[in-house]
Design a protein around this ligand. Sequence first.
Ligand code: NI
Length: 192
Amino acid sequence: MLHPDGIRINGQTGEMAPKTGGYIKRLSELSAIFQDKIALGEQVSSYEDPVVYEVIEYRKDGSDLFFGTTTMYPGDVSGEFFMTRGHFHERRDLGEVYYTQSGKGILLLEDREGRTETVEMLPGVCAFIPPDWAHRSINVGAEKLVFVWVCNPLASNDYGDILQRGMRKLVVKDGVGFKVLDNPAFHMQSGR
Ligand code: NI
């Protein structure tokens, strides 16, 4: 029998108490998703492999829900903002919720037919991610971007498709703001 619990979440830092796990992603682990590999390598060696994002989670075996925080650091590689790997869910019938706590980001989505969408990630905005839309979050601000996500643990992240072929759109620096461009490196895998 699972017991109810109340988890304290700091919307500025992403810290959770209690928590059951988490992980950190550094820039060197994300070279596949940035275009400029040379600039990425220089940044890794000059700045001691910066943290791009941290995930903290609260997960209980046997529950149909789990949740956590993602804290994304500000930064970019040759104008491409720090972003998450991006994924579809293996379970195509399960969606997700992203509730932004602080910072400024863009949630980039695309479906299997090639439609793309963006949702602004601003404090107080709760993004609805429907089933079978790939999703990636991008920190376009100068501060940390912190959001709470809620998902079914059976959804299971499928990173492969996006790591191999990229997403159709890029979110890049444009002066002090951002713009959304077609990804010149995007290529469709046959047979998917
Ligand atoms: Ni997801």
